[in-house]
Design a protein around this ligand. Structure first.
Ligand code: FES
Ligand SMILES: [Fe+2]
Length: 415
């Protein structure tokens, strides 16, 4: 732990950081100083951030706006066919350069004083640069090339566009690691199509949501729908893969073996008597050539890929202060989906999302923690299921992947 880390951990009235990965002090979800440091060390540091899909920008001039932590970002298809990403902040006095979620244009004009940028975010012209009638204007020696929004390094992998401000971030595949890269390729193996988008505001610190995503232990306890209809039970095969340094994870559930299963007897999630009025809701096809019916994958800090049966979605975490966040959902299918398969995806899409039969609970439980820890400045959470390590495990009755998240977080935050 270096001096700055010690300052971060100790100089707060809130408390210290315990040794190891099995305890997390609650002040990390509540302290504005932590949020400020996260912006500098994670979101603007050596990590990769999901920006948009490659297919969001099919033609030159297409653009989308997004967020990297607190930083607004423009992503565009430049004249040379490449993808550019730059901070959505005018070099003049800081207004958003681009106001829309998405669109198409030849260049970008800031609405405030009409400074103009090309598709790569280079400042190209300044309104009234030479003044009017020989009076006013910018100094002759003002160097437009030296002023502009910050530019991100961009990479396109499996149809996903990721970006980073950092020159030190390793290349994306090294960052993720080969095991989880294979899991990413398993799902995103051909041309994608967007079939729905929305934003879900959540009443919790962003890290509570990412812990939930990586928490293989909760799924079959919190989500009664999962166990009732055997989408995931800890008694089904599968496991959790934790990439090197904890940066990436992928959890899997295999199809349920036939026959009775009394693992959940007596628990809240034991609802064997329930039936669906429309059983076609649960119809699915094994489209990836394996027995994996559920895979949840994450890449630190804020990217999630979901495969629940045939419901595929990308979730992007956007922190909004210490106790709020937005979750941007993009539902996807493949360009060559049959109408039947597309219909199946749309139906199963109701499993997840804000009103999802499954993930409705995930939208609430982070807020329950945020409210529960409101006065717990000196207390820690416990992460001891499955031991103390952050390694790949053949069971999902473990918090190994959550410990992996904290391993990555602490490495980036230098704590
Ligand atoms: S703030 Fe953009 S042109 Fe003035
Ligand atoms: Fe969940």
């Amino acid at each position: 732990m270096d001096q700055s880390a010690r300052d971060l951990a100790n100089d707060r009235s809130m408390g210290h950081w315990p040794e190891g990965l099995t305890r997390v002090p609650y002040w990390v979800y509540r302290d504005p100083d932590v949020a400020r440091d996260e912006q500098a060390r994670l979101f603007e540091g050596p990590a990769w951030h999901f920006l948009c899909l490659d297919i969001d920008l099919p033609d030159i001039g297409d653009y989308r706006t997004t967020m990297v932590g607190a930083m607004p970002v423009v992503v565009s298809r430049a004249e040379d066919g490449g993808i550019a990403a730059f901070e959505n902040r005018c070099a003049h006095r800081g207004a958003l350069i681009c106001l829309d979620d998405a669109g198409k244009g030849k260049d970008f004009h800031c609405i405030y004083h009409a400074w103009r940028y090309d598709l790569r975010g280079n400042l190209k012209s300044i309104a009234f640069r030479h003044g009017v009638n020989g009076k006013g204007g910018m100094p002759e020696n003002f160097d437009m090339a030296a002023h502009g929004p910050r530019k991100l390094r961009v990479t396109v992998v499996c149809g996903l566009v990721f970006g980073t401000l950092s020159e030190e971030a390793p290349d994306f595949e090294t960052y993720v690691g080969p095991e989880v890269m294979a899991r990413l390729r398993r799902v995103l193996h051909k041309k994608l199509e967007v079939i729905g988008r929305f934003t879900q505001p959540l009443p919790c610190n962003w890290k509570l949501y990412m812990e939930n995503v990586r928490d293989t232990y909760h799924a079959s306890l919190l989500h009664t729908f999962f166990t009732t209809f055997r989408i995931t039970r800890l008694s089904q095969g599968g496991g959790v893969m934790v990439g090197a340094n904890g940066v990436a994870h992928a959890s899997t559930t295999l199809a349920a073996p036939p026959g009775p299963d009394d693992t959940y007897a007596g628990m809240r999630s034991d609802n064997q008597g329930f039936q669906l009025e429309d059983p076609s809701f649960m119809a699915s096809v094994a489209e990836f050539g394996d027995n994996i019916q559920l895979q949840i994958l994450s890449i630190f800090p804020g990217f999630i890929l979901q495969q629940i049966h045939n419901a595929l979605a990308i979730r992007q975490i956007v922190p909004r202060g210490v106790d709020k966040m937005d979750l941007n959902w993009t539902y996807i299918g493949f360009a060559d989906d049959t109408p039947e398969l597309r219909n199946m995806r749309l139906k199963q899409g109701n499993l997840a999302g804000p009103a999802g039969l499954v993930s409705m609970e995930d939208g609430a439980v982070g807020g329950f923690v945020q409210r529960g820890i409101a006065a717990a400045n000196e207390e820690d959470s416990i992460l001891e299921m499955g031991g103390a390590s952050a390694e790949t495990s053949e069971t999902r009755a473990t918090e190994a992947s959550v410990r992996g998240f904290w391993k990555a977080w602490r490495a980036h935050m230098d704590i």
